[in-house]
Design a protein around this ligand. Structure first.
Ligand code: SF4
Length: 99
């Protein structure tokens, strides 16, 4: 299963199907990549506003989406060939926007 794009935007609904992810083990910033994408999916696809709380939980003892240094190590092991660092930029904009 590959990530698709709709109207030029990533279809975050497909992130719920991510399994067997090795990307987190490779990440020097210990970003919980699949969890953050699932949070994004919950917010965008299901209007689940609890996802802000879950994003806080998933980044409490791990890296935030904005901590990504774009090293690409996660993308080398991603079976779906996702452009992870680019997608994390979108996640950071959604969950780390200033009030
Ligand atoms: S590109 Fe970002 S998310 Fe991927 S391994 Fe590097 S720091 Fe982690």
């Amino acid at each position: 299963m590959r990530l698709s794009m709709k109207d030029g935007k990533a279809d975050y609904a497909e992130f719920t199907e991510m399994v067997d992810c090795y990307c987190v083990a490779e990440c020097p910033k210990k970003i919980a990549i699949p969890d953050l994408f699932a949070d994004m999916n919950a917010k965008q696809q299901h209007q689940d506003w609890n996802s802000d709380w879950y994003y806080m939980v998933h980044t409490q003892n791990a890296g935030k989406a904005s901590d990504c240094i774009k090293c690409g190590k996660c993308e080398k092991v991603c079976p779906q060939h996702l452009n992870i660092w680019k997608l994390l930029e979108t996640v950071a904009k959604e969950f780390e926007k200033k009030e």
